[in-house]
Design a protein around this ligand. Sequence first.
Ligand SMILES: Cc1cc2nc3c(=O)[nH]c(=O)nc-3n(C[C@H](O)[C@H](O)[C@H](O)COP(=O)(O)OP(=O)(O)OC[C@H]3O[C@@H](n4cnc5c(N)ncnc54)[C@H](O)[C@@H]3O)c2cc1C
Length: 370
Amino acid sequence: MDLDPTPEQRALRDRLRTDPPPATWDGLAAAGVLALNAPAEHGGLGHSALTCALALDALGHGCRDLGLLISAGAHMWAVGVPVARYGTPEQRAHYLPGLASGRLVGAHAITEEGTGSDALGLDARARREGDHYVLDGRKRFVTNAPDADVFLVYATLDPRLGFTGVTAFLVERGRPGVRVETEQRKMGLNSCAWGQLVLDGVEVPAARRLGAEKQGSAVFATVMAWERTLLLAPLLGAMERQIEDCAARARTRRQFGRRIGSFQSVSNRIVDMRLRLETSRALLRTAAWELDRPGPDRDRRSSPLPELVKLQVSEAAVATFQDAMQIFGGHGYTEDAGIEERLRDALGTRISSGTSDMQRDVVAAKLGLR
Ligand SMILES: Cc1cc2nc3c(=O)[nH]c(=O)nc-3n(C[C@H](O)[C@H](O)[C@H](O)COP(=O)(O)OP(=O)(O)OC[C@H]3O[C@@H](n4cnc5c(N)ncnc54)[C@H](O)[C@@H]3O)c2cc1C
């Protein structure tokens, strides 16, 4: 395993770390971020998962808007990747160029009122009628929903079949019966809009089914492998910048006639922050390298690395922003310092794409402990 960046990866990383970083959806599109992993034959840059990890880590250092980067990640990993992997040639040609350029916005809709951690125990129904399906259901907490043009939606053909009845569909916003309704307000990640998706007798052509009938759980597993590995890569850069700010503060702020960094309680806290960052970064890059390895998706889906990355990075980010608040003292608790905003953002990442409890649960299952 060679994780040393190539000259091309270095150049991309340096470009995205340089100020001013992209700060809007259009800015991300212009910088090529939304196209990073999309296939070259459909307007993408065709970069590996590892290159994407390096690029998004760099972007998270400069771009202070974590919500925007999570919004882009949901679009890329939870819609772009499954369309590229499971889409028919017609679906790939129809959606991938728009997703890569940012002209189309994608959203991933699985969660329902009664279906969160038990993601595949769906109530949303799909009924086949000739050359189309009829979809009914309501999806909650759908990132990007207010702006989305295309939703990757999961519905069951028969709830009695459990996860084996789940089927995935690409549902366009303009279809009769599709409505986006306001979701309750979030406490963080505010620039990453979410909403509820209502499907009220929506007719979806069979040609817009993604993958085979009853293959929805495989589509979902692929999404989770990519999303859990790469969605939080920008948090690495954000943690790095926060640690730099803390070290600078500890070198200059004086109490009891000494720099606070000379107190071991403070310096140990910063060392632990750095340890968390380096272990998170190494784990995420290893998992990205694993995604790039040739071989059937089936083999990759048995790896516990995506869940370990998701667990490690989200928990490390929460701990890091809490530590930063302590190091900055009273100033750290102000809104002006910006640390509370990052902490609120990081808390959301412990829940999205499966809670930390569920990451542990999935790893335990993959280790044969269930
Ligand atoms: C910021 C954010 C963005 C999101 N974006 C999307 C999106 O784009 N698309 C989408 O479909 N959904 C999205 N979600 C929803 C998210 O996937 C769910 O909230 C999450 O999976 C948890 O489900 P739940 O909220 O129903 O909690 P529940 O499943 O009700 O869990 C409640 C508590 O019980 C624990 N628990 C449940 N089952 C177990 C178990 N077997 N073992 C141990 N503990 C357990 C959980 O860990 C949690 O602490 C998002 C959520 C957030 C916060």
